[in-house]
Design a protein around this ligand. Structure first.
Ligand SMILES: Cc1cc2nc3c(=O)[nH]c(=O)nc-3n(C[C@H](O)[C@H](O)[C@H](O)COP(=O)(O)OP(=O)(O)OC[C@H]3O[C@@H](n4cnc5c(N)ncnc54)[C@H](O)[C@@H]3O)c2cc1C
Length: 288
């Protein structure tokens, strides 16, 4: 069991990792090898002290060098669930692996894609966020898949192996995946609807001539780079759509800390880095 698991490899997660390393803690940092899309996307960064007028890509490169120098690896697995047990946390990833730690730092950023009506209401009743966890439940069935990143196309393929029919709603350009049982719909759905469970995906108007505005589905998979912390960690207290934290980044769950954009505005690197640092120190204190 590790001292800490950090969920997210953006500015907050990297900062937390560097400080935990300096504090001689053993930990795992989950995220992506590119660290964060939001870092890479920034054209010019002019408000980060110490780095003058650099591009997001250059910033990411510096962070990668720092991680390498500190001998910290990013574990390229998407975390799909964090479970608070009596005195430890169990962390589940999309690859089906389970890891245990004494503490966790949630640094998963914020998802800029808005939730769809009905998504939260039907979460666990036909709405799923993890292909490898729930895909087998839809063997021979019809599902909707809303996907925000090409990087997650392998999950769509995994679902198409089970499902009879997949209605794929891509929220990215250049869809590459192509299968006989995948129909690509380039319109955002208006609502996920049903009675006790999801039974249809509703569009504002028929998305194509041969596709009706209401598609009967047995389930809907929401594949996003980032899962809302409230869905990721059961029982985590929220405030105005963000994780509620104290000055030391502690949450309402003992041993669970949060840092960066997921704790609220302003959405800025300096704030994310500062909170990551505070969270790492708070974890070290907690472990004492
Ligand atoms: C175009 C653009 C330009 C910007 N320009 C500036 C600027 O000039 N100055 C400034 O201060 N700020 C800027 N920002 C804001 C800045 O990018 C964010 O405030 C900062 O990246 C927040 O860091 P974070 O670590 O909290 O989250 P993020 O950078 O969003 O990182 C979160 C990471 O967690 C990973 N993750 C999420 N969920 C999971 C999961 N379940 N399992 C594993 N990994 C997960 C994500 O893949 C991502 O790598 C800009 C943002 C954008 C989009």
């Amino acid at each position: 069991m590790t001292d800490c698991i950090i969920v997210g490899s953006g500015a907050a997660g990297v900062s937390a990792a560097l400080t935990l390393k300096a504090n001689a803690k053993n930990f795992m940092l989950f995220g992506s090898p590119d660290l964060s899309e939001k870092i890479a996307k920034a054209e010019r960064i002019r408000n980060y002290p110490g780095l003058s007028n650099i591009s997001g890509k250059e910033f990411a490169e510096v962070l990668k060098i720092q991680l390498k120098e500190a001998d910290i690896e990013v574990c390229n697995e998407r975390v799909t669930g964090v479970y608070a047990l009596k005195d430890k946390f169990s962390v589940l990833t999309e690859q089906g692996n389970t890891y245990e730690s004494k503490t966790v730092i949630i640094a998963c950023g914020v998802e800029s894609v808005k939730q769809i009506d009905g998504e939260t209401e039907f979460s666990g009743r036909g709405v799923s966020y993890c292909a490898t966890c729930d895909g087998f439940l839809y063997k021979g069935k019809t599902i909707g898949v809303v996907c925000t990143s090409k990087r997650l196309e392998h999950e769509i393929g995994y679902l198409a192996d089970f499902a009879k029919q997949v209605y794929l709603v891509p929220m990215y350009k250049d869809v590459e995946i192509s299968r006989e049982n995948i129909t690509v719909i380039k319109k955002m759905p208006k609502k996920i609807d049903g009675k006790l469970r999801v039974d249809r995906l509703v569009f504002a108007a028929p998305p194509a001539e041969d596709i009706p505005a209401e598609l009967p589905v047995d389930g809907v998979f929401m594949l996003r780079e980032s899962v809302s912390p409230a869905i990721l960690v059961g029982g985590l207290e929220q405030e105005n759509g963000h994780v509620k934290v104290g000055r030391d980044t502690s949450t309402n769950l003992k041993g669970c800390f949060a840092a960066g954009d997921c704790t609220g505005r302003p959405y800025q690197y300096a704030k994310a880095v500062g909170e990551g640092n505070i969270a790492a120190h708070a974890v070290s204190e907690y472990l004492k």
